[in-house]
Design a protein around this ligand. Structure first.
Ligand code: TYD
Length: 211
């Protein structure tokens, strides 16, 4: 008798944290580490990840808008990203490494801007009722330390990076609250450390997840 094959499914890993937490520089290393372990990896980002999503990203990062418009556009970009990239990749058995996902909307739009958390929850249920990351790595550090790192970079700041310190402190607290509510999914990485030490924490977290 023919055995039923379990459907192939990859794993969904997200990276989160306040601006200046240093996650972008570690994402390539995370993908390389997974590839060394034989995984086929798709690396992507939010807002963005699709041609339409990248257009929405430039609006979101540079145009002033109402906070609910901002939340709706984040989720519109996400809907497209899930349909066109994330779900097809997971269905092929690929591992998806995504720079930010819905935890960022909770942290920035609800925590930072004050969007009603119930509206966030409604959007999350609507856009991805069944999909959640298998692992989320939260790069955590005080907002003042992150601001100091950004101040040292010679480039123009987007709308979020231009926000005041108290905004980023609220974003950080909302991320930590989310981590407290989902401790099995979200691993907090102490990002107030040298890149080498942060890299070691990441390797340990991913090795644990893969085993
Ligand atoms: P970011 O990962 O910081 O891009 P880069 O490393 O190129 O600066 O993401 C862009 C910004 O978008 C970041 O400041 C956080 C914000 N953002 C939200 O406010 N809500 C969201 O849901 C997402 C995905 C991002």
């Amino acid at each position: 008798m023919k055995q039923e094959q379990a459907p192939l499914r990859g794993r969904f890993i997200t990276c989160e944290g306040i601006d200046g937490a240093g996650k972008s520089s570690h994402i390539a290393a995370i993908s390389a580490f997974l590839r060394q372990r034989g995984r086929s990896v798709v690396s992507t980002r939010e807002p963005g990840g699709t041609p339409l999503g990248e257009k929405l990203r430039s609006l979101l990062l540079h145009e002033a808008m109402h906070l609910e418009t901002e939340a709706l556009l984040m989720f519109a970009a996400r809907r497209e990203h899930i349909a066109c990239l994330i779900e097809p990749a997971l269905a092929r058995g690929d591992w998806v490494v995504c720079d930010r996902f819905s935890d960022a909307t909770y942290a920035y739009q609800s925590g930072g801007r004050g969007l009603d958390p119930e509206k966030f929850a409604q959007l999350e249920r609507w856009v991805h009722p069944l999909l959640q990351p298998d692992l989320s790595l939260l790069f955590d550090l005080p907002a003042a330390v992150a601001a100091g790192r950004i101040a040292g970079q010679a480039r123009t700041r987007d709308r979020f990076e231009q926000e005041r310190l108290d905004f980023h402190e609220r974003v950080r607290l909302a991320y930590l609250e989310r981590a407290r509510l989902a401790p099995r999914r979200i691993t907090v990485i102490d990002a107030d450390q040298s890149p080498e030490k942060v890299g070691r924490q990441l390797e340990e977290a991913i090795a644990r997840f893969c085993s």
